[in-house]
Design a binder for this molecule. Structure first.
Ligand code: URA
Length: 240
């Protein structure tokens, strides 16, 4: 059995605000546990598996959160976005309080699968180059592509400021203007720069898959997010 904690502390570490703010939520009768309103902030509960509600919205206690977002265009992954809203505005504000951050970044105009978490070790492991998590992108080409373009991407293209050519792991044309490309690094604007180096141009870019986890399997509309379950996390943590 894990250690019991006062309810205001549980709310605080689940992202419901400051210590004082959480105490007030409870005192105001806005928090229920197992269907019963609790008005004493220091009432203790075992947090593991705890189901509670705040303003009638149900929550499950989670030590960490692991999230997948279908990122729309015109949102920035940066914590301090400059030209567009941040991706955190698409998520409940509790996640900002919990310091949920993107695992790596997508450009503001790139759409598709973005992972986020408040678990530093997970973020570090997933973004570490040693993990070599292949990432599948679908690029909309500005000019129709051909086999020569695919061959060049597979052979490797020289990017500015890189010591050696960088090759796609997999590349193939879906149709004349859509290319599926798999890379296992995450260099700045990598896919766009690879396409430019190969003489084409990326008109739009979408991330379809990270490791074994595909966006299609999550069934999320643009702008929607979901918690990742243990099976989905196991897919991401698989070393192969
Ligand atoms: N490559 C890019 O050029 N942009 C992204 O957002 C991701 C990969």
């Amino acid at each position: 059995m894990s250690k019991k904690l006062p309810l205001y502390r549980i709310l605080q570490n689940q992202g419901f605000g400051t210590r004082k703010g959480c105490q007030l939520l409870i005192e105001d009768g806005d928090v229920s546990v197992a269907g019963e309103v609790v008005t004493k902030p220091k009432t203790e509960f075992d947090p593991v598996g705890l189901e509670f509600s705040v303003f009638d919205e149900p929550w499950l206690y989670r030590e960490h959160v692991y999230i997948a977002l279908n990122k729309p265009a015109n949102f920035e992954c940066s914590r301090k976005p400059s030209h567009h809203p941040g991706v955190h505005t698409l998520l409940p504000e509790q996640f900002t309080w919990r310091d949920v951050q993107p695992v790596g970044r997508l450009d503001h105009d790139t759409t598709g699968l973005l992972l986020l978490s408040d678990h530093g070790a997970f973020i570090h492991a997933q973004s570490h180059p040693k993990h070599h998590q292949p990432k599948v992108y679908v690029a909309t080409l500005a000019e129709p592509g051909d086999q020569a373009l695919v061959d060049e991407l597979l052979a490797g293209v020289q990017l500015h400021d890189e010591p050696a050519p960088i090759a796609a792991q997999i590349a193939h044309l879906i149709d004349a203007t859509h290319l599926e490309i798999v890379i296992d690094q995450g260099k700045y604007h990598q896919v766009k720069r690879m396409l430019a180096a190969a003489g084409n141009h990326c008109a739009a870019l979408a991330r379809a898959q990270i490791g074994g986890l595909s966006l299609a399997s999550l069934d999320l509309a643009e702008g929607e997010w979901c918690y990742l379950d243990d099976a989905q996390l196991a897919i991401l943590n698989r070393e192969d």
